[in-house]
Design a protein around this ligand. Structure first.
Ligand SMILES: [Ca+2]
Ligand SMILES: [Ca+2]
Length: 296
Protein backbone atom coordinates (compact mmCIF):
# COMPACT_ATOMS: atom_id res chain seq x y z
CA UNK A 1 0.00 0.00 0.00
CA UNK A 2 2.80 2.43 0.82
CA UNK A 3 4.49 1.59 -2.49
CA UNK A 4 1.30 2.36 -4.48
CA UNK A 5 0.93 5.84 -2.90
CA UNK A 6 4.48 6.81 -3.95
CA UNK A 7 3.90 5.81 -7.51
CA UNK A 8 0.77 8.00 -7.79
CA UNK A 9 2.73 10.93 -6.48
CA UNK A 10 5.35 10.59 -9.22
CA UNK A 11 2.68 10.32 -11.90
CA UNK A 12 1.02 13.56 -10.74
CA UNK A 13 4.34 15.32 -10.74
CA UNK A 14 5.06 14.22 -14.33
CA UNK A 15 1.64 15.48 -15.54
CA UNK A 16 2.17 18.90 -14.00
CA UNK A 17 5.49 19.26 -15.87
CA UNK A 18 3.80 18.40 -19.22
CA UNK A 19 1.10 21.07 -18.83
CA UNK A 20 3.71 23.69 -18.04
CA UNK A 21 5.68 22.76 -21.19
CA UNK A 22 2.61 23.11 -23.38
CA UNK A 23 1.74 26.53 -22.03
CA UNK A 24 5.30 27.67 -22.60
CA UNK A 25 5.35 26.47 -26.20
CA UNK A 26 2.05 28.22 -27.04
CA UNK A 27 3.36 31.49 -25.54
CA UNK A 28 6.48 31.32 -27.70
CA UNK A 29 4.40 30.71 -30.88
CA UNK A 30 2.24 33.76 -30.19
CA UNK A 31 5.32 35.92 -29.72
CA UNK A 32 6.79 34.68 -33.03
CA UNK A 33 3.60 35.48 -34.96
CA UNK A 34 3.39 38.88 -33.43
CA UNK A 35 7.01 39.56 -34.34
CA UNK A 36 6.42 38.61 -37.94
CA UNK A 37 3.37 40.90 -38.21
CA UNK A 38 5.37 43.75 -36.79
CA UNK A 39 8.14 43.23 -39.32
CA UNK A 40 5.59 43.17 -42.17
CA UNK A 41 4.01 46.48 -41.13
CA UNK A 42 7.37 48.17 -40.99
CA UNK A 43 8.33 46.78 -44.41
CA UNK A 44 5.10 47.97 -46.05
CA UNK A 45 5.38 51.44 -44.54
CA UNK A 46 8.91 51.82 -45.86
CA UNK A 47 8.19 50.38 -49.34
CA UNK A 48 5.09 52.49 -49.98
CA UNK A 49 6.66 55.86 -49.19
CA UNK A 50 7.04 58.15 -52.32
CA UNK A 51 4.66 56.23 -54.58
CA UNK A 52 1.96 58.35 -56.32
CA UNK A 53 -0.53 55.48 -56.55
CA UNK A 54 0.34 53.23 -53.75
CA UNK A 55 -2.83 51.16 -54.30
CA UNK A 56 -1.42 49.80 -57.58
CA UNK A 57 1.61 48.35 -55.87
CA UNK A 58 0.93 48.09 -52.24
CA UNK A 59 -1.52 45.55 -51.07
CA UNK A 60 -3.26 45.53 -47.69
CA UNK A 61 -1.28 43.96 -44.91
CA UNK A 62 -3.93 41.41 -44.26
CA UNK A 63 -3.53 40.16 -47.86
CA UNK A 64 0.27 40.01 -47.52
CA UNK A 65 -0.05 37.97 -44.37
CA UNK A 66 -2.63 35.76 -46.00
CA UNK A 67 -5.03 36.27 -43.18
CA UNK A 68 -8.02 37.55 -45.16
CA UNK A 69 -9.14 39.59 -48.15
CA UNK A 70 -9.85 39.04 -51.82
CA UNK A 71 -8.11 40.58 -54.83
CA UNK A 72 -9.83 42.51 -57.59
CA UNK A 73 -11.07 40.61 -60.61
CA UNK A 74 -8.49 40.59 -63.35
CA UNK A 75 -9.11 41.45 -66.98
CA UNK A 76 -10.48 38.77 -69.29
CA UNK A 77 -7.69 36.77 -70.87
CA UNK A 78 -7.24 36.24 -74.60
CA UNK A 79 -9.14 33.37 -76.26
CA UNK A 80 -7.22 30.05 -76.16
CA UNK A 81 -6.28 27.92 -79.17
CA UNK A 82 -9.00 25.86 -80.80
CA UNK A 83 -9.09 22.34 -79.36
CA UNK A 84 -8.78 19.17 -81.47
CA UNK A 85 -11.87 17.59 -83.06
CA UNK A 86 -13.63 15.28 -80.64
CA UNK A 87 -14.65 11.63 -81.40
CA UNK A 88 -17.68 10.89 -83.58
CA UNK A 89 -20.81 10.73 -81.50
CA UNK A 90 -23.39 7.88 -81.53
CA UNK A 91 -25.93 7.66 -84.35
CA UNK A 92 -29.05 9.57 -83.51
CA UNK A 93 -32.59 8.12 -83.77
CA UNK A 94 -34.23 7.65 -87.21
CA UNK A 95 -35.82 10.79 -88.44
CA UNK A 96 -39.40 11.13 -89.61
CA UNK A 97 -40.26 10.04 -93.19
CA UNK A 98 -39.74 12.90 -95.57
CA UNK A 99 -42.08 14.06 -98.29
CA UNK A 100 -42.13 12.36 -101.72
CA UNK A 101 -39.54 13.98 -103.89
CA UNK A 102 -40.18 15.31 -107.41
CA UNK A 103 -40.35 12.81 -110.31
CA UNK A 104 -36.93 12.03 -111.77
CA UNK A 105 -35.92 12.31 -115.38
CA UNK A 106 -36.58 9.40 -117.79
CA UNK A 107 -33.75 6.85 -117.68
CA UNK A 108 -31.88 5.21 -120.58
CA UNK A 109 -33.51 2.32 -122.50
CA UNK A 110 -32.70 -1.04 -120.81
CA UNK A 111 -31.44 -4.27 -122.45
CA UNK A 112 -33.91 -6.35 -124.45
CA UNK A 113 -35.70 -8.88 -122.18
CA UNK A 114 -36.46 -12.59 -122.77
CA UNK A 115 -39.14 -13.32 -125.41
CA UNK A 116 -42.59 -13.76 -123.92
CA UNK A 117 -44.91 -16.78 -124.22
CA UNK A 118 -46.42 -17.47 -127.62
CA UNK A 119 -49.73 -15.76 -128.04
CA UNK A 120 -52.95 -17.33 -129.25
CA UNK A 121 -53.54 -17.86 -132.98
CA UNK A 122 -55.03 -14.80 -134.52
CA UNK A 123 -57.90 -14.66 -136.96
CA UNK A 124 -57.26 -15.52 -140.58
CA UNK A 125 -56.41 -12.46 -142.56
CA UNK A 126 -58.00 -11.38 -145.80
CA UNK A 127 -56.70 -12.90 -149.03
CA UNK A 128 -53.93 -10.91 -150.56
CA UNK A 129 -53.73 -9.72 -154.12
CA UNK A 130 -52.64 -12.15 -156.79
CA UNK A 131 -48.92 -11.98 -157.30
CA UNK A 132 -47.02 -11.74 -160.58
CA UNK A 133 -46.29 -14.85 -162.59
CA UNK A 134 -42.97 -16.35 -161.52
CA UNK A 135 -40.13 -17.47 -163.85
CA UNK A 136 -40.38 -20.83 -165.53
CA UNK A 137 -38.91 -23.61 -163.37
CA UNK A 138 -36.40 -26.31 -164.27
CA UNK A 139 -37.50 -29.57 -165.82
CA UNK A 140 -38.64 -31.95 -163.06
CA UNK A 141 -37.13 -35.38 -162.23
CA UNK A 142 -39.61 -38.00 -163.37
CA UNK A 143 -37.75 -40.80 -161.56
CA UNK A 144 -38.04 -39.03 -158.22
CA UNK A 145 -41.76 -38.54 -158.72
CA UNK A 146 -42.10 -42.21 -159.67
CA UNK A 147 -40.15 -43.35 -156.58
CA UNK A 148 -42.37 -41.23 -154.37
CA UNK A 149 -45.50 -42.78 -155.85
CA UNK A 150 -44.03 -46.23 -155.13
CA UNK A 151 -43.34 -45.31 -151.55
CA UNK A 152 -46.90 -44.17 -151.12
CA UNK A 153 -48.18 -47.37 -152.71
CA UNK A 154 -45.97 -49.50 -150.42
CA UNK A 155 -47.18 -47.65 -147.36
CA UNK A 156 -50.75 -48.38 -148.38
CA UNK A 157 -49.92 -52.06 -148.95
CA UNK A 158 -48.22 -52.23 -145.54
CA UNK A 159 -51.27 -50.76 -143.85
CA UNK A 160 -53.49 -53.35 -145.59
CA UNK A 161 -51.10 -56.13 -144.60
CA UNK A 162 -51.19 -55.10 -140.94
CA UNK A 163 -54.95 -55.25 -141.07
CA UNK A 164 -54.86 -58.75 -142.56
CA UNK A 165 -52.37 -59.93 -139.98
CA UNK A 166 -54.61 -58.61 -137.23
CA UNK A 167 -57.52 -60.66 -138.59
CA UNK A 168 -55.24 -63.68 -139.03
CA UNK A 169 -54.14 -63.56 -135.41
CA UNK A 170 -57.74 -63.53 -134.29
CA UNK A 171 -58.46 -66.46 -136.61
CA UNK A 172 -55.49 -68.41 -135.23
CA UNK A 173 -56.83 -68.00 -131.73
CA UNK A 174 -60.29 -69.13 -132.79
CA UNK A 175 -58.78 -72.23 -134.45
CA UNK A 176 -56.84 -73.13 -131.33
CA UNK A 177 -53.44 -72.37 -132.84
CA UNK A 178 -50.98 -71.85 -130.02
CA UNK A 179 -48.20 -69.26 -130.08
CA UNK A 180 -45.08 -69.88 -127.98
CA UNK A 181 -42.77 -67.27 -126.49
CA UNK A 182 -40.14 -68.49 -128.97
CA UNK A 183 -42.38 -67.22 -131.76
CA UNK A 184 -43.71 -70.54 -133.08
CA UNK A 185 -47.33 -71.13 -134.03
CA UNK A 186 -48.33 -74.74 -133.28
CA UNK A 187 -51.49 -76.31 -134.65
CA UNK A 188 -53.20 -79.64 -135.26
CA UNK A 189 -56.59 -80.43 -136.79
CA UNK A 190 -56.57 -83.97 -135.32
CA UNK A 191 -55.57 -85.74 -138.53
CA UNK A 192 -53.96 -89.20 -137.93
CA UNK A 193 -51.29 -90.29 -140.39
CA UNK A 194 -48.16 -92.50 -140.54
CA UNK A 195 -44.91 -90.56 -140.04
CA UNK A 196 -44.02 -90.03 -143.71
CA UNK A 197 -47.53 -88.88 -144.58
CA UNK A 198 -47.63 -86.66 -141.48
CA UNK A 199 -44.34 -85.12 -142.57
CA UNK A 200 -45.78 -84.35 -146.02
CA UNK A 201 -49.02 -83.03 -144.48
CA UNK A 202 -47.17 -80.27 -142.67
CA UNK A 203 -44.82 -79.55 -145.56
CA UNK A 204 -47.74 -78.97 -147.86
CA UNK A 205 -48.97 -76.39 -145.37
CA UNK A 206 -45.60 -74.58 -145.51
CA UNK A 207 -44.72 -75.84 -142.04
CA UNK A 208 -43.03 -78.87 -140.41
CA UNK A 209 -43.79 -81.50 -137.79
CA UNK A 210 -43.31 -80.03 -134.36
CA UNK A 211 -39.72 -80.28 -133.08
CA UNK A 212 -39.93 -79.29 -129.39
CA UNK A 213 -36.84 -77.40 -128.27
CA UNK A 214 -38.26 -76.10 -124.98
CA UNK A 215 -40.61 -77.37 -122.32
CA UNK A 216 -43.18 -74.81 -123.47
CA UNK A 217 -43.13 -76.13 -127.04
CA UNK A 218 -43.37 -79.73 -125.80
CA UNK A 219 -46.31 -78.74 -123.62
CA UNK A 220 -48.06 -77.28 -126.71
CA UNK A 221 -47.67 -80.63 -128.51
CA UNK A 222 -48.89 -82.45 -125.38
CA UNK A 223 -52.05 -80.31 -125.32
CA UNK A 224 -52.98 -81.44 -128.83
CA UNK A 225 -52.36 -85.08 -127.82
CA UNK A 226 -54.71 -84.59 -124.90
CA UNK A 227 -57.23 -82.75 -127.07
CA UNK A 228 -57.47 -85.70 -129.51
CA UNK A 229 -56.69 -88.33 -126.83
CA UNK A 230 -53.92 -89.94 -128.84
CA UNK A 231 -50.18 -90.05 -129.24
CA UNK A 232 -48.92 -87.23 -131.47
CA UNK A 233 -45.98 -87.32 -133.85
CA UNK A 234 -42.89 -85.21 -133.32
CA UNK A 235 -40.34 -84.46 -136.04
CA UNK A 236 -37.72 -86.27 -133.90
CA UNK A 237 -36.39 -89.58 -135.33
CA UNK A 238 -33.30 -91.87 -135.66
CA UNK A 239 -33.96 -93.06 -139.17
CA UNK A 240 -30.58 -91.92 -140.42
CA UNK A 241 -28.56 -93.61 -137.65
CA UNK A 242 -29.99 -96.04 -135.12
CA UNK A 243 -29.86 -94.64 -131.60
CA UNK A 244 -28.94 -91.10 -132.73
CA UNK A 245 -32.09 -89.03 -132.56
CA UNK A 246 -32.19 -85.71 -134.39
CA UNK A 247 -34.78 -83.07 -135.31
CA UNK A 248 -36.57 -83.28 -138.60
CA UNK A 249 -33.98 -81.05 -140.23
CA UNK A 250 -31.13 -83.30 -139.01
CA UNK A 251 -29.99 -80.96 -136.15
CA UNK A 252 -28.97 -82.54 -132.83
CA UNK A 253 -31.50 -82.48 -130.02
CA UNK A 254 -31.29 -79.63 -127.50
CA UNK A 255 -34.28 -80.81 -125.46
CA UNK A 256 -35.69 -84.26 -124.65
CA UNK A 257 -38.42 -85.60 -122.39
CA UNK A 258 -38.12 -89.40 -122.73
CA UNK A 259 -40.47 -91.61 -120.76
CA UNK A 260 -39.10 -94.25 -118.43
CA UNK A 261 -37.11 -96.92 -120.37
CA UNK A 262 -37.34 -94.96 -123.64
CA UNK A 263 -36.11 -94.91 -126.28
CA UNK A 264 -35.90 -98.71 -126.41
CA UNK A 265 -36.15 -99.38 -130.20
CA UNK A 266 -38.65 -102.14 -129.43
CA UNK A 267 -38.39 -105.08 -131.86
CA UNK A 268 -35.61 -103.10 -133.46
CA UNK A 269 -38.35 -101.22 -135.25
CA UNK A 270 -38.86 -97.91 -133.51
CA UNK A 271 -37.26 -94.98 -135.34
CA UNK A 272 -39.97 -92.32 -134.93
CA UNK A 273 -41.05 -90.48 -131.77
CA UNK A 274 -44.39 -89.50 -130.27
CA UNK A 275 -45.44 -87.34 -127.31
CA UNK A 276 -48.07 -88.81 -124.98
CA UNK A 277 -50.91 -87.11 -123.16
CA UNK A 278 -48.51 -86.96 -120.21
CA UNK A 279 -45.94 -85.09 -122.32
CA UNK A 280 -43.41 -87.95 -122.29
CA UNK A 281 -41.55 -89.16 -125.40
CA UNK A 282 -41.47 -92.73 -126.77
CA UNK A 283 -39.87 -94.22 -129.89
CA UNK A 284 -42.48 -96.01 -131.99
CA UNK A 285 -42.76 -97.73 -135.40
CA UNK A 286 -42.97 -95.03 -138.09
CA UNK A 287 -45.72 -96.96 -139.93
CA UNK A 288 -48.37 -96.41 -137.26
CA UNK A 289 -50.78 -93.46 -137.66
CA UNK A 290 -50.81 -90.83 -134.95
CA UNK A 291 -52.03 -87.24 -134.62
CA UNK A 292 -50.18 -84.75 -136.83
CA UNK A 293 -48.97 -81.56 -135.05
CA UNK A 294 -47.36 -78.90 -137.24
CA UNK A 295 -45.32 -75.85 -136.32
CA UNK A 296 -45.18 -72.63 -138.34
CA1 LIG B 1 -34.66 -96.75 -133.46
CA1 LIG C 1 -40.13 -97.39 -127.63
Amino acid sequence: MHFLQRSDFNKDLKNSHSITAVIWSFTMWVLNVFSMLLVAVVFQTISCQGLTNASDVCRPLSEICGLSGKGEKGEKGEAGLRGSTGPIGKMGPQGAKGNIGPKGEKGDTGERGMPGAQGSVGQKGAAGEKGNTGPKGDTGNMDAAYDMSRVIALENDLADLKTVIGFAKQALQLLGIKKTTSGKYIYSDGTNLPFSDAEAYCTNANSALINPKTQEENRAAQQFAKKYDSLAYLGVNDRMKEGTFVYQDGQRLTYTNWGSGEPNNYNNNEDCVTVSTDGEWNDVPCSLPYVVVCEF
